[in-house]
Design a protein around this ligand. Structure first.
Ligand code: FES
Length: 104
């Protein structure tokens, strides 16, 4: 039932607005707490090779701090230029107080 899922944090580990870097499935990912909703996305911006960990979370979006593009954390869609490609999103679930993700 949990095939492909891994535990990456406890439910109370990240306060709203905080992120955690994760390496899983050969990928660099970000676990994000957007006002109590957890999302997992690619760590690197789709515009240039720059870490979104250096940005911030605002209203369900993550902002790249290099050129200011916003990405929807639920869909990965690039909402503002200069980025015009989405970032990948990954399933996340809470079970027994732990956060699970499926990075494949
Ligand atoms: S590197 Fe992220 S918007 Fe340019």
């Amino acid at each position: 039932m949990d095939a492909g899922w891994i535990v990456v944090a406890t439910e109370d580990e990240l306060a709203p607005g905080q992120m955690k870097r994760i390496e899983a499935g050969g990928k660099r990912l970000l676990l994000c707490n957007a006002d109590g909703q957890f999302h997992v996305v690619d760590e690197m911006c789709s515009h240039e090779d720059y870490s979104l960990f250096l940005g911030c979370i605002q209203n369900g979006r993550i902002k790249c701090s290099l050129h200011g593009s916003y990405f929807d954390l639920k869909t990965g869609r690039a909402e503002t230029a200069p980025a015009d490609k989405p970032i990948c999103t990954y399933p996340v679930k809470i079970k027994d107080g732990q956060l699970w993700i499926r990075p494949s």
